[in-house]
Design a binder for this molecule. Structure first.
Ligand SMILES: CC(C)(COP(=O)(O)OP(=O)(O)OC[C@H]1O[C@@H](n2cnc3c(N)ncnc32)[C@H](O)[C@@H]1OP(=O)(O)O)[C@@H](O)C(=O)NCCC(=O)NCCS
Length: 170
């Protein structure tokens, strides 16, 4: 496999991240944003990346091939003192790179970072028929904890989402 670099996103990555999100959104029905649906100004994306850097319960990782972002994973820490030990996980990989263990690598690094940040729980939602993502999350130790009925709406179809959690400190 070609050389894939994984590192924390920097504010200089903001424009490339916007391009990435607009492309990857068109490659799957399982992301919140569809094709060219990420209409966030570059300055706002820079602020988001900076806020993640400044936070002690969040991290954004990107995977790059020849300076192009080909995958992204985010742990977004909850705000508010009583929820501070929880974070929400999200991930996407460019279609040409699916099933090459890039998701596994990103999740492994994110979980390690979460432990270093002393987080207790990571949660996520996944569309109930997203078999690849569900396989990945179960492999990484996430458990199903509930179902959101008709949570997802894409291509004129409502779908349930499974809520998952990984406890880091039993
Ligand atoms: C889900 C996603 C992040 C996985 O990334 P990836 O780099 O392909 O993941 P990996 O290669 O590390 O692992 C994928 C796993 O799913 C398994 N898998 C793939 N297709 C599958 C299917 N149809 N049924 C069951 N398992 C499947 C693979 O065998 C692999 O498991 P293994 O490591 O035990 O062999 C990627 O497919 C993606 O970005 N999809 C579109 C966006 C998305 O769905 N994001 C998640 C939203 S919750």
């Amino acid at each position: 496999m070609e050389n894939i670099l994984i590192r924390e996103a920097q504010i200089e990555d903001a424009e490339e991240m916007i391009s990435y999100l607009n492309i990857v959104g068109g490659e799957s029905d399982n992301l919140m944003i569809g094709p060219n649906g990420f209409n966030v100004p570059v300055e706002a994306v820079k602020r988001r990346i900076q806020a993640s850097h400044d936070s002690d319960n969040s991290i954004i990782l990107i995977a790059l091939s020849e300076d192009k972002i080909i995958a992204r994973a985010e742990l977004a820490g909850y705000q508010g003192g009583r929820l501070h030990h929880n974070a929400k996980f999200s991930i996407s990989v460019r279609k040409d790179y699916w099933n090459m263990k890039i998701g596994t690598r990103l999740m492994t690094e994110i979980i390690e970072s979460a432990k270093q940040m002393n987080l207790h729980n990571i949660d996520l939602e996944v569309v109930a028929d997203n078999k690849a993502a569900i396989a990945l999350y179960h492999k990484m130790g996430f458990s199903d904890i509930g179902v959101y009925k008709n949570y997802w709406f894409a291509n004129n179809v409502y779908k349930d989402a499974i809520l998952m959690q990984k406890c880091l400190q039993e």
